[in-house]
Design a protein around this ligand. Structure first.
Ligand code: AMP
Length: 258
């Protein structure tokens, strides 16, 4: 059983790295931001509660976040462990978390603010299936259209310059407070988030003493039901990564409306 936390500023690749780590280790990837986004997109009560906060780049209140995380983790579908992304983001959340769970490691993806701005402002999301694109180095084949489903590519509501500045400020303030708590237990290691996703993943695995990353090769029908030729592109990390939660409810997302 492995339990990891992954932290990093917006655009640092938390989702991509979490998915690569979860893939062959059979970990459940829990993206707290993904759970909130799903609720916003699907107009749930929880979505209505968090929409404006998210769009402004502010943090959702600790009570609500803790309720969502508690609800998700008490589903106990993580037989081999989990990797939680986007949580904790405050001292209180960290303390709440450590009261209930022993963590094996905290992975911190480190990215300079200038690179964060460059990445985030060029990020696009498929309005239909949720696939992530980056207009700098993972452009869709047809401008404005999702390679996977043909859906329209849109900008995430919180990927604006104003919201980004708020989030960068928050990251610098809150991350230190959270890391101070984790450092007491000597869990933390920091990884440079600038290299290619595969290189970052190998470094993470080396630090965690895990076997090297080997992308899962699907059967002849290909990943996600695609032909193998398309599947290899679709699953290329950092090219177009799908949080895995957008088109269907992340488990527990609908009930977590405390
Ligand atoms: P992310 O996908 O991790 O960038 O999160 C998107 C947004 O969801 C954040 O800007 C916050 O508004 C909200 N959010 C996600 N995780 C947390 C958290 N642990 N605490 C507070 N707000 C959060």
């Amino acid at each position: 059983m492995r339990k990891y936390v992954i932290m990093g500023v917006q655009g640092s690749g938390k989702g991509t790295q979490s998915k690569m780590l979860a893939e062959d280790l059979d970990l459940v990837h829990i993206g707290v931001g993904d759970i909130f986004r799903w609720n916003v997109q699907n107009h749930t009560k929880l979505g209505a509660q968090v929409r404006r906060t998210m769009a402004e780049g502010e943090l959702v209140g600790d009570d609500l976040v803790e309720a969502v995380v508690r609800d998700r983790l008490t589903q106990h579908d993580w037989n081999y462990g989990f990797i939680i992304d986007g949580f904790p983001r405050s001292r209180r959340q960290a303390e709440f978390f450590l009261e209930s769970y022993d963590i094996d490691a905290v992975i911190v993806l480190d990215l300079p603010d200038s690179e964060v701005r460059r990445r985030v402002l060029s990020r696009r999301l498929c309005a239909d299936c949720g696939m992530d694109y980056n207009l700098i180095d993972s452009t869709p084949k047809e401008a404005g259209k999702c390679d996977m489903c043909g859906g329209e590519l849109v900008t995430r509501e919180d990927d604006t310059e104003e919201a980004l500045e708020v989030r960068l400020r928050q990251w610098h303030e809150q991350a230190e407070a959270v890391l101070e708590i984790f450092r007491r237990k000597e869990y933390v290691f920091v990884v440079d988030a600038r290299p290619a996703p595969e290189i970052i993943q190998q470094r993470i695995r080396q630090s965690l003493g895990l076997p090297p990353y080997r992308p899962r090769i699907e059967d002849s029908s290909g990943a996600n039901g695609l032909p193998a030729s398309q599947a290899s592109t679709a699953s290329r990390p950092g090219t177009a990564s799908r949080p895995g939660t957008e088109s269907q409810a992340p488990a527990g997302s609908q009930t977590a409306s405390a």
